[in-house]
Design a protein around this ligand. Sequence first.
Ligand code: NAI
Length: 305
Amino acid sequence: MISIIGAGRVGSFSAFNILRMGIADITLVDVRDGLAAGEAFDLTQSSSAIEADGKINGTAKISDIEGSDLVIVTAGVPREPGMSRTELLEHNTGIVSGLMTDVAKYAPSCKIMMVTNPVDVMTYLAYIKSGFERNRVFGMGGILDTLRYRSHIGLELNLSMEDIGGLVVGEHDGHMIPLVEYTTVSGIPLRRLLDEQTIAHIVERTRSRRSYASLKGGTVYAPAAAIAAMTEAVLRGRNQVTTASVVPGGEYGLRDIAIGLPIVLGENGVERILELPLDDATMRSLTESAKIIKSAIEGISLSPH
Ligand code: NAI
């Protein structure tokens, strides 16, 4: 059984994907009275049409997460137009801090997947507040950035996006870093197919994710697909190479933060962090990205309750 805390746009559509893929039974939790129960009814009624027989329970009681193998946290506010980064940080820090006490109490053996933004800071907060080991706490960010990167490459080349392999590391925001040297199309290095100027343009479009969000007030389908893919990797022990926000223990010279890095995702959560050789410019960008996350972490309260 898994739980999704936050039955808003991203949480409810993630539940639909997980149900449709037959990955696990789901407990959907939301503080808004009746919202999770309503979503659960709606999702259950879709089951026979999508040939899914997973069970879904909607509740406002956080204690119902008891027994979860994985807890996905989408509770919080998205960044609305006019909302500063600091306001978003303060608001979601309060929500996530409170929730982590409950997660540690009711599902002490679970893995935690953070989605609430800013996801790198929230992942580190969840790691500290839950008291869980590093492998059990990770955030969804890099896999979504990678989906976006792959989609821009696929559209540019007019080739199937499925055949594109790539990784995006760093902060899940304007300082993300698509790893061009590790990007391939069915094994063919991207640089054999596109010139540097076109690649630079693709990298820039991947980074300017605000523009997607501002068109519709927050994205849903791509994040929900990324959440379902990560859930499947954990619940089915797929040992998938992907990127996620994780707490490094010295890899890439980083510690005491959470940041997007290449990992192997499996039944224990983060099975290992892959330490790939990076060129000097990419390493500098990663260090810069880490500094930005670190300064945001320094601005929030990490003290235990
Ligand atoms: P939403 O506003 O539709 O849903 C959030 C839900 O959380 C609401 O239903 C609210 O009632 C609930 N909630 C708030 N406090 C709660 C608590 N203490 N316990 C249980 N439920 C609680 O927002 P949306 O669009 O679903 O986004 C959710 C979060 O995910 C935002 O922070 C957003 O920025 C983030 N996000 C992160 C992405 C990523 O790549 N990491 C991608 C997309 C969204």
